[in-house]
Design a protein around this ligand. Structure first.
Ligand SMILES: *Cc1c(COP(=O)(O)O)cnc(C)c1O
Length: 400
């Protein structure tokens, strides 16, 4: 018996594979129901252990909750269909997903990662990979030539990309990065948290593995920690990653998985609203006297605007950053004045969040001190713009 064989296909009569648009896949959560009750929402599975068959088998595909649970499999099936992947695994957080993947590498392996990327993961890579005999180089991946230059033939096993990348929102050309990685026998993994499967499908562009922090847009309500890995194909490396999840107990719990599926059902609506808000905010503050620069690939003046148009399925992210003309003190003073925006870390929820990133990342951070990261939520655009406007004015007047 191999429970993994049908991890993303088993269960309650999924909608016909391949027939549906991503918006339909998400809204219907593949149409899974509970066969016993005919409930249109499958039950939340909480069991940690499962009955062994009389002949000693586990034909259900489940034997212990640290390995897997049926609620996680529902979320995995939906996400696998959205990514067009071979198999998906859900984890207890985005960090757990990334760590499980990286811990599947061997001592001696070399990793190339972005200079500007999700800060906690960058710190973890820099401290933990060398402790395990691996090496990592951080390069500016907005120019894919820098990836090629960092390759160590025979040693580079993984190129880790993030696009759009936190918190400058530079892009990585996934097609080019995949070609470069594959030419050297390395895998390409893409942290696609900010794009979501609705705006970018990295596997279609040649990536081998796509990762998400589902704590962000996929769940979308700032009330679930979850992570996702989807592989283009099930190979030996993927088997190791699966084994890591089991060994570490990093699987997503049933309650969180059910909440994640509920969040996924409105992913398209939330993304539509948040992306439209981000665009309106970017356009309003582009050229504003109190703003030095708006970092947002949806602006025609952005150096990677054409790549964004090509790679992001005709949309642009719901994230942007502004650099406050008055510098770091005014940036912090402005963030202190918001009333509609919430001053908090994280992103991808229905509520708009603002954060001074350099304060979070510390002295080694490549992020400028004058930068405020904005996660656009789904509120009224006029309220968000008006609030930022008054906060910048007050920050300007107060911090001098
Ligand atoms: C939040 C985030 C992560 C980490 O995910 P957690 O769910 O917080 O562990 C990784 N990458 C990006 C781009 C993120 O925004």
């Amino acid at each position: 018996m191999d429970g993994r064989q049908d991890r993303n296909g088993r269960g309650e009569k999924p909608d016909a594979a391949g027939a549906a648009h991503p918006r339909t896949i998400a809204a219907r959560a593949l149409g899974w129901i509970d066969e016993t009750t005919r409930a249109v929402v499958p039950p939340i599975h909480v069991a940690t252990t499962f009955v062994r068959d009389a002949d000693n088998q586990f034909r259900s595909g489940f034997h212990y909750g640290r390995c897997d649970n049926a609620s996680a499999r529902h979320a995995e099936a939906v996400l696998c269909a959205l990514e067009g992947g071979g198999e998906t695994l859900c984890f207890g957080s985005g960090m757990a997903a990334a760590a499980a993947l990286l811990l599947s590498l061997e001592a001696g392996d070399h990793v190339i990662a972005p200079r500007v990327m999700y800060w906690s993961l960058r710190s973890w890579m820099a401290s933990e990979l060398p402790r395990r005999g691996m090496s990592v180089d951080f390069v500016d991946m907005s120019e894919t030539a820098n990836i090629a230059a960092a390759l160590r033939p025979g040693k580079t096993r993984l190129v880790w990309a993030e696009t759009p990348a936190n918190p400058l929102w530079s892009l990585v050309d996934i097609e080019q990065a995949a070609r470069i990685a594959h030419g050297a026998g390395a895998l390409l993994a893409v942290d696609s948290t900010v794009a979501t499967p609705l705006l970018t499908r990295p596997l279609d562009l040649g990536a081998d593995i796509v990762m998400h922090s589902a704590s962000k847009y996929l769940n979308g309500h700032s009330d679930v920690l979850a992570g996702v890995l989807t592989t283009a194909r099930k190979d030996q490396f993927w088997e190791k990653t699966t084994a890591q999840r089991t060994a570490l107990g990093a699987v997503l719990g049933g309650f969180e998985a059910a909440l994640l599926v509920r969040g996924l059902r409105t992913l398209a609506l939330r993304m539509d609203a948040a992306c439209a808000n981000a665009r309106a905010i970017a356009e309003h503050f582009d050229g504003h006297p109190l703003v030095k620069e708006v970092l947002y690939p949806g602006l025609a003046s952005h150096p990677q605007h054409d790549l964004a148009k090509r790679q992001m399925c005709g949309g642009f992210p719901a994230m942007l950053s502004i650099r406050v003309a008055g510098g770091e003190r005014q940036a912090i003073a402005s963030a202190a004045q918001v009333r509609v925006w919430t001053r908090a870390t994280s992103l991808g929820g229905v509520e708009s969040l603002i954060e001074h990133r350099a304060s979070v990342e510390g002295p080694d951070s490549p992020v400028p001190g004058d930068l405020l990261r904005l996660s656009a939520g789904v509120e009224h655009a006029g309220d968000l713009i008006g609030d930022l406007e008054q906060a910048l004015q007050k920050g300007h007047a107060g911090a001098g």
